[in-house]
Ligand binder design. Structure first.
Ligand code: ZN
Length: 429
């Protein structure tokens, strides 16, 4: 498997151009102040960015909501209206389901029924486009589980029982090929995340533990099989490489397991694996993208500190042990210094990295984290569209997609309008 795959895209089959670049090419130096106090009344001086950062939160929240809703309209236009409502890529990651997920977020924030209806219409087209395809693609982010799970939840909000039943039946008909990997993007963990999503939004045991249990068992069994004696209790492989990140590796798999009720010995293995990662991180505080790698470059959700930080914050919430909070906070420091990426998306861009601080803010109520989330978000609000137009900030091959493109930025703006309800799409339940 090529090194470039690690860099940004996450497809096993396509060869990509070389583009490693130097560290300085990868991110903007973060020259934003360590903290800016919010001021009431008289207009603050300084750059437009500083003025945004000093706005009282309700005022900024209004601005972000408006920008998020405007951008959502643009995303719908580019990915749905202009394409003649034809679905060529149905996935949440780069396709039409990402637009539907953005519309669902918008509905959650504003309760606008038009967003919900349009969301249902797009999911229906995704359902048709993904039906009958080879069952290799089974996850929430890159497969049919996402279509059926989101379809069911949206149908419940529309109070359409028949449609909800249709999607739940379709969800239950998804079968797991024996060769499926364990990771979040293409594997068992990504299917389990969809189960937890249904149980959260529709009700406990919507997907019965009897259905999830065997998959959890397989994940634990495979992880123990690759575990290296005395080191990490669990380890996994994708295309011959032992990845650590959220998309293909340990981080994402541990994250999903923490949303599920585990047996005591399984819990201990999850904790042990997270501890192993903390002990073997780079001296810089960043995390390797794969086992044994000494290449301290990537500060992405998919590979590196941002994804790990979200998962360590989750571990703190679940296990209530301070060392996980410290790990999350140390990883967030790396994101603050090296995470203002020259990409816009949530998978490996500024929008996704902002969630690092949001998640710590939700855990700690420390306003310094909210400030840092604000700083990354306001950087995009202030300069994002201009930098994209200048070709300095990249939005991938699918510039309006949720995971690589501007839909991710729109999603972040809407989440920042109400940080208490925020969550990294497809990762934080
Ligand atoms: Zn990525």
């Amino acid at each position: 498997m090529s090194k470039e795959l690690e860099e940004s895209h996450h497809r096993p089959s396509k060869k990509r151009k070389k583009g490693r670049g130097t560290m300085a090419d990868r991110f903007f130096p973060n020259e934003m102040p360590d903290f800016v106090e919010e001021t009431e009344g008289a207009a603050a001086t300084g750059s437009s960015l500083t003025r945004l950062l000093s706005l009282p939160y309700p005022k900024l929240s209004d601005k972000l909501l408006k920008a998020g809703l405007d951008l959502k309209e643009k995303i719908v236009m580019e990915t749905w209206i202009r394409t003649g409502q034809r679905v060529t890529d149905y996935t949440l990651y780069t396709g039409a389901l990402g637009t539907a997920f953005l519309l669902f977020k918008s509905y959650q924030v504003t309760k606008n029924q038009r967003d919900l209806s349009l969301c249902a219409e797009i999911i229906k087209a995704c359902d048709t486009a993904s039906k009958g395809l080879p069952n290799r693609f089974v996850t929430f982010i890159c497969g049919r589980a996402g279509v059926c799970a989101l379809g069911a939840v949206v149908s419940v909000h529309l109070q359409d029982k028949d449609m909800a039943n249709h999607y739940l039946t379709s969800f239950n008909e998804i079968t797991m090929p024996s060769t499926v990997p364990n990771e979040l993007l293409y594997g068992r963990a990504g299917y389990l995340w969809a189960c937890s999503f249904l149980n959260k939004h529709i009700g406990k045991d919507t997907i019965h533990p009897d259905k999830m249990g065997p998959l959890v068992k397989e994940i634990i069994r495979d992880g123990r099989r690759l575990s290296n004696e005395g080191r990490s209790p669990l380890m996994y492989e994708w295309h011959g490489k032992k990845y650590w990140g959220a998309a293909h590796g340990l981080t994402g798999i541990m994250h999903v397991l923490m949303d599920i009720e585990l047996k005591q010995d399984e819990k201990e293995d999850v904790k042990g694996t997270l501890n192993y990662m903390i002990q073997n991180r780079f001296p810089s505080g960043n995390y390797p993208s794969s086992e044994g790698s000494s290449d301290d470059r990537l500060v992405h959700w998919c590979h590196g500190a941002p994804g790990v930080s979200l998962t360590m914050a989750k571990a703190y919430e679940v296990f209530k042990e301070d060392r996980f909070l410290h790990a999350a906070s140390n990883a967030a420091e790396v994101v603050w210094n090296r995470g203002l990426l020259k990409r816009v998306g949530i998978c490996h861009g500024i929008s996704g990295n902002a969630y690092t601080f949001l998640s710590l803010y939700r855990q700690t109520a420390n306003k310094e984290y909210l400030y840092r989330a604000k700083a990354f978000t306001c950087f995009l609000l202030d300069r994002g569209i201009e930098l994209i137009a200048e070709g300095i900030l990249h939005s991938g091959d699918r510039p309006f997609s949720l995971f690589e493109g501007q839909a991710g930025m729109a999603y972040l703006f809407l989440d920042m309008a109400n940080p208490a309800e925020s969550g990294f799409p497809g990762y934080e339940l």
